[in-house]
Design a protein around this ligand. Structure first.
Ligand code: COS
Length: 387
């Protein structure tokens, strides 16, 4: 749903210019230093990027899913690490508070998330609980003593995006030790400064330099009971699934944007690079790679917009969100591969940046649900609907 086409176009135009003028020229700096320059982070805050999805009543822009997807198409046209910094906050980091938090929790945290003062991380994955998220082992034991009503949290979370920068964590932990499945899990808002939290060394990753992941270790970390999301135990897994459902459309939109960027770079190269006396874009085998990429990007773009509009219309989109992320992330991988192929030997060396995108986009097929988990979700939903 687009609420006001003029306002949306103005926002898209400013994001487009920001990407072209500020982010694209800084891509190599981020790749070399593994950091996003502070000036760019400040500009992102000033543009309201950290508050894209936070309702206007809490100081954000309150974008609909369709509007958010359009912004992500634009943001995708540069290194994914830029998106990761604010995208995790507006996405999986804060959506649990938005969807299931109490009014007091929303009042306390959303305004500070919207300005970028607080970065939010989503802490679900563990060393032994990746795709099988419901088997998580981190515990939260309720304790009431002289210092108040608390949960004592113990456990290790793994690959937590933005944890080195995070101000708060949306943490999933088991509150019912007798229920080893999804129903024993609760979601919490945990402030970074709480004693008992250690963030490990940033992981050395294949790509997406500038976006940091690390282990987060909780040792007898006392979280105030008022930080239980929604004030109700046993709802944490459902909160996580709802958050991921929306996140999967968001990631699919980013995949479309990055694929468009890689294809634009490959096309420009193919039109300029001459072999056998003519631009390689004139050769039909190169044209086939260009055309297949264009077709698949168009399909993914249509899927994202359809799922986003359905979600805005309050339809259930568990299946569509998984279809989008599965198709768009796999498509993005194929486009990356063809783009390197079109660049030939130049695609394998760092100068043109295309090998960096090739490594960066590999993550899309892994996080927020691997392609195989998404296949399972889609098929299970089909069987449930038909039964
Ligand atoms: N919205 C709301 N509730 C949902 C939901 C959704 N999209 N998906 C599942 N649920 C609910 C189910 O309805 C079920 O509740 P009931 O028991 O009341 O019916 C509960 O959550 C458990 O669901 P399910 O039985 O499907 O859980 P499973 O353990 O079988 O596994 C998968 C579910 C595998 C789909 C889930 O663990 C998953 O998505 N794994 C991937 C995790 C992931 O994406 N990790 C990335 C981390 S972030 S980078």
């Amino acid at each position: 749903m687009i609420r006001d086409p003029e306002i949306t176009e103005a926002l898209l135009d400013s994001v487009r210019r920001f990407v072209k003028e500020r982010l694209v020229p800084a891509e190599h700096i981020v790749a070399d230093t593994d950091e996003i320059p502070a000036g760019i982070v400040a500009d992102m805050k000033a543009m309201g990027l950290f508050g894209l999805t936070v309702p206007e009543s809490y100081g954000g822009l309150g974008l609909t899913m369709e509007e958010e997807s359009l912004v992500m198409f634009e943001m995708g046209r540069t290194s994914p690490a830029f998106r990761s910094l604010f995208g995790t906050t507006v996405g999986i980091g804060s959506q649990g508070i938005l969807s299931d938090g109490t009014e007091a929790q929303k009042d306390k945290y959303l305004p500070r998330l919207a300005t970028g003062e607080l970065i939010a991380s989503f802490a679900l994955t563990e060393p032994e609980a990746g795709s099988d998220a419901a088997s998580l082992r981190t515990t939260a034991r309720r304790v009431t003593d002289n210092s108040g009503d608390h949960y004592v949290v113990n456990g290790t979370k793994r690959f937590i995006t933005n944890s080195p920068q995070a101000g708060i964590f949306t943490l999933m932990a088991r509150t019912d030790p007798n229920n080893k499945g999804a129903g024993g899990v609760s979601a919490f808002i945990v402030e970074r400064g709480t004693p008992g939290i250690t963030v490990g060394k940033p992981d050395k990753k294949m790509g997406q330099r500038g976006a940091h992941t690390a282990d987060v270790i909780f040792e007898n970390c006392r979280v105030p009971a008022e930080n239980l999301i929604g004030g109700k135990e046993g709802m944490g897994f459902k909160t996580a699934m709802k958050v991921l459902e929306k996140g999967r459309i968001h990631i699919a939109a980013i995949c479309v944007g990055v694929a468009e960027r890689m294809l634009a770079d490959a096309l420009a190269y193919a039109m300029e690079r001459k072999q056998f006396g003519q631009p390689i874009a004139e050769f039909q085998l190169v044209q086939a790679m260009l055309a297949d990429s264009k077709m698949e990007i168009y399909a993914a773009r249509c899927m994202v917009l359809d799922a986003a509009r359905r979600r805005d219309n309050k339809e259930s989109v568990a299946t569509e969100a998984s279809c989008c992320k599965l198709f768009a992330s796999e498509m993005c991988g194929r486009v990356a591969d063809r783009a390197v192929q079109i660049f030939g030997g130049s695609g394998y060396v760092a100068d043109h940046g295309i090998e960096r995108f090739y490594r960066d986009v590999r993550l899309f097929r892994l996080y927020e649900g691997t392609s195989q988990i998404l296949q399972l979700v889609i098929a299970r939903n089909m069987i449930k609907a038909a039964a």
